[in-house]
Design a protein. Sequence first.
Length: 399
Amino acid sequence: MRVSAYSERIIQNLLDTDYYKLTMMQAVLHHYPNAEVEWAFRSRSDEDLAPYLGAIREQLEALAELRFEPNELAFLERIPYMQPDFIRFLGLFRFDPRYVRVELEDGELVVYLHGPWLHVILFEVPLLAIISEVRNRARYPQVTLGQATDRLEEKLQWLRDEATPAELAGFKLADFGTRRRFSFGVQAAVVKRLSEAFPGHFVGTSNVHLARALNLKPMGTMAHEWIMAHQQLGPRLIDSQSAALDCWAREYRGALGIAITDCITMDAFTADFDLYLAKLFDGLRHDSGDPVEWAEKAIAHYERLGIDPMTRQLVFSDGLNLPKALGIYRTLAGRSNTSYGIGTQLTCDIPGVEPTNMVIKMTSCNGQPVAKISDSPGKTMCRDEAFISYLKHVFGVNR
């Protein structure tokens, strides 16, 4: 039986998002409830998305119909660090279309978000998932769930054949594929199969709805936006990374201790990540640049601080597939604890399908520009070149 990869509603419910959006949302509620932000969409693929404008708007309007149901809130209530006031706020939350603009400019699809950070923070992931699935419905209408799961089985068999039992014993994999998934149906089928076929090694998913439905651990801590926003939230610019990490530690009191490192390059991060912060956080997440070079810098930094790298977690999440992840795992074996979050190569890896590459990034906070200077060329996103230059000067970034 051929089962379509698509369902009528792209976003299933308000838990159908990445976990780190909810964890950051709670921190925003408690620390920056009045911050105003702007976001912008960027397609990194040379692809015309304009024909999908009408369908994207239709799915966007459907978001406003959703609310957190009591059983969904009950799931979040069972997480120890989710606070009662935040759960109550989620019970009142609705997507407000006033804060999002989706239209054509010079024939090109553009998306802008503008409003209170607390009320626009959840738009990013559903918007990207909607754009991806609307595009895929038009380009690949005949794709079935069987094609997606058959491809997954091929990859899992490759891993069983390639890795030794000893290697597999320590290999940890998570699904990070909500934002650019082929469709909700494909992500759900892939995550379900991974949980069945790879127990003990598949450690969870970033998708909160699927974590709840499949009794998995929701995965995620913070994203770049948390550190970027602090560039305009009060501290001196030079202190913005330290302030963001310190605020996070005060909010979660030892939980959710994986820090993102490439908001202003890994070198700038380690300059701020002193012994105090290194003892507060359980590990680091890689999201740009050469993963092994990054790991060597992380390990060396921990050693300089007198911390055993084997007591810390290094999480890799930049454009991974299973061969890349296994290669990194082998290189770092015995030197640090590692885990691997795979996105597009799990949830949009189907023969004959070319995934799209797109992001929605924060561009300003409280009316002033913010920026990310990653460890990969081409990932910098800011509409104010003067601010980019100033940010590089302040943090000593010479490129």
